[in-house]
Design a protein around this ligand. Structure first.
Ligand SMILES: Nc1nc2c(ncn2[C@@H]2O[C@H](COP(=O)(O)OP(=O)(O)OP(=O)(O)O)[C@@H](O)[C@H]2O)c(=O)[nH]1
Ligand SMILES: [Mg+2]
Length: 312
């Protein structure tokens, strides 16, 4: 698997256990004190936690290996070394965690939810553990063990109702801004939306979350698939000012269509935006509901909204 801001693989490892200590009690009152070397502390564990401040996996993009802290060595006087600090990796709510064989380890869908991925290594044993009837002063201790190591894959599929996708500059963000009244960034050039972002529409009866996505171009196809996984509706926005709004987009659409049309709970809705600028020939018919709209002129949006909202 490659990697992006929405899916990546990581190797995580628990911290190494601390060293066991060889030591003898040298207090002035005991001339020949016995062994008193304590055990090392265990290494820190690695946890993954769902954090509402996170909206992508971007902060982990350049990190391929993460390790928790090592346990402290055992001390004199039979003192146990301190446990190594746990490492807590923040990920966005809606992240699925898999082994590299694609077996699910966990799906973190609630704020603050966390899961232990690997355990730190056991601490070594100090010389107090090696006293026997024949050896009262052992000079033996063991080293801490290495922490558990695991390769994991993370996939961020946000908990949204509607995933808004389509070629660059078709008005995806404009439509979301119009429906939700959120301050979504809209510009008159392609690739304005660089990161997927959920935006929520709320009224007295409903709360619906729309996912704004980066343009659906071949390089982003894997991202769009993962990002749209949990959505019930795939809302495809095309540019109606073009003679053929579908031109160049069909291969991408076919791949996403496959995922959505297989699931009876999901549906696809096509929006032809910018019809205020439409001069082209009649639109071709497709097997999904099609809504010609103009965000700019506020045309056709009420019909579209009514259609979407009745699905929830
Ligand atoms: N004429 C016309 N222009 C529109 C309409 N809707 C959006 N636009 C314009 O189209 C441009 C692109 O809008 P965005 O909403 O940023 O498009 P996008 O699909 O999110 O673009 P990317 O994030 O780059 O994929 C902006 O200049 C909008 O003002 C419309 O109905 N008619
Ligand atoms: Mg956009």
């Amino acid at each position: 698997m490659g990697s992006s801001f929405y899916y990546l693989s990581l190797v995580v490892q628990g911290g190494r256990g601390g060293e066991g200590l060889v030591s003898f009690n040298h207090s002035p009152r005991k001339v020949k004190g016995g062994p008193d070397g304590g055990n090392g502390g265990s290494g820190g564990d690695v946890f993954i936690r769902a954090d509402e401040e996170c909206n992508t996996l971007e902060h982990l993009h350049s990190k391929h290996y993460l390790k928790a802290s090592r346990g402290a060595s055992g001390g004199r006087n039979k003192r146990h070394g301190k446990k190594g600090k746990d490492l807590i990796v923040s990920i966005p709510i809606g992240t699925n965690i898999y082994t590299k064989e694609k077996k699910q380890i966990g799906d973190l869908i609630k704020k603050g939810e966390e899961i232990k991925i690997v355990q730190g290594g056991e601490g070594g044993r100090g010389n107090i553990n090696f006293v026997t009837s024949t050896n009262q002063a052992p000079r033996i201790a063991t080293s801490g063990k290495a922490g558990e190591k695991r390769m994991i894959e993370l996939e961020y599929s946000p908990l949204v109702d509607i995933s808004v996708i389509g070629p660059p500059n078709t008005g995806k963000s404009s439509l979301i801004a119009h429906i939700t009244s959120c301050k979504v960034k809209v510009r008159d050039y392609p690739f304005t939306t660089k990161r997927a972002h959920p935006w929520t529409y709320v009224n007295d009866y409903k709360s619906l979350t729309f996912l704004d996505t980066p343009p659906s171009v071949p390089e982003n196809l894997e991202d769009i698939k993962i990002l749209s996984k949990r959505a019930k509706i795939l809302l495809v926005v095309l540019d109606g000012s073009k003679d053929d709004p579908w031109k160049g987009f069909e291969p991408i659409f076919r791949e996403l269509e496959e995922v959505f049309s297989k699931d009876p709970e999901k549906s696809i809705v096509i929006v032809i935006n910018k019809i205020d600028r439409r001069k082209g020939p009649e639109l071709k018919t497709v097997e999904y509901p099609v809504f010609p709209i103009s965000v700019k002129m506020d045309k056709g949006i009420n019909l579209l909204k009514a259609f979407i909202f009745k699905e929830f």
